[in-house]
Design a protein around this ligand. Sequence first.
Ligand SMILES: *Cc1c(COP(=O)(O)O)cnc(C)c1O
Length: 364
Amino acid sequence: MEIPFYDLGKLHKGMRGELETAFQRVIDSGVYVLGNEVEAFEAEFADYCGVKHCIGVGSGLSALHLTLVALGIGRGDEVIVPAHTFIATWLAVSETGAKPVPVEPDAATYNINPHLIEDAITPRTKAIIPVHLYGQPADMDAISLLARQHGLKVIEDAAQAHGARYKGKRTGGLADAAGFSFYPGKNLGALGDGGAVTTQDDTLADRVRHLRNYGSRKKYHHEIRGHNSRLDELQAALLRVKLKHLERWQARRLAISRVYVQGLKASPLVLPEVLSSAEPSWHLFVVCCHQRDQFRKKLEVDGIQTAVHYPKPPHLQPAYRGAVPEGFPVTEAIHKTVVSLPMGPAMDDQQAERVVQSCLNALD
Ligand SMILES: *Cc1c(COP(=O)(O)O)cnc(C)c1O
């Protein structure tokens, strides 16, 4: 029996009727951009995150980018980002003309190390973007304290952390604003691209709303030079269906993580460390293994698909060649050893047990 890394087809097949009903509703409505579905989804997702505002946009990258623009960040500014993240966090900063300034992660949690942030702050620093990587909330209290002391904005990159909690509070409401992605593979995914900004700040929400729609508050009246980045009606309608299942899916991910921890805690694999303040969304279950390639090959022979998040950090990508001079040894060491085990709401405990058994055999 094959175990895919993440079985999106199986998940959607099980809810096909509901998705088709939503699809039909949008077809018949005659409205496909900025209509009732987007408005309803925004209200429902804001409620889920426990925040005042949600603004649906075209992607997670765009959510971060538009938030930075709305905060007035651009050329000549610096924004602190994790060295260890998906490249989109950096690209959002670069797109504004500002410079991403990477900071090494804590080797145990994979998230940005707050103790190293202060050294990276300069007079040009305007904001910090902590990423809740793999679904575990970053150390937000430490980051918020630094931000307050230095007058910086904090934007959560919550692309992997829908529904995760920090000290009992949902991501999306832990800082000045947050960017979410609804890329199909995320915990809450559309059947295409999508994203959202969440915030408690009325002014910021209003600016992002204009920026996503040509800088326009009133049709054909453009106060600022905006963009075209809107969550569309069809994706919003499908997301509304999927949002109703999200809590159940998160519980499934948590159950799988428990099977993995229980089965693998005595093995030589390094398991993810969860802070006592954090309830991860378990977007990914990432372990470290020194003979990674050999380990992955053995699992593959057993029919178990794994993945690597990520094989090459942003500072070693051609896109950022020469942009950041220093090396990032913690980040590079992580990238050489991490493996992501199968994870997703369509997986049952038996499949997770089989992954555990296969890992133990591979390490023998
Ligand atoms: C997926 C992802 C993004 C970008 O989201 P898109 O919707 O693909 O643009 C940003 N940051 C992180 C950490 C991500 O995982």
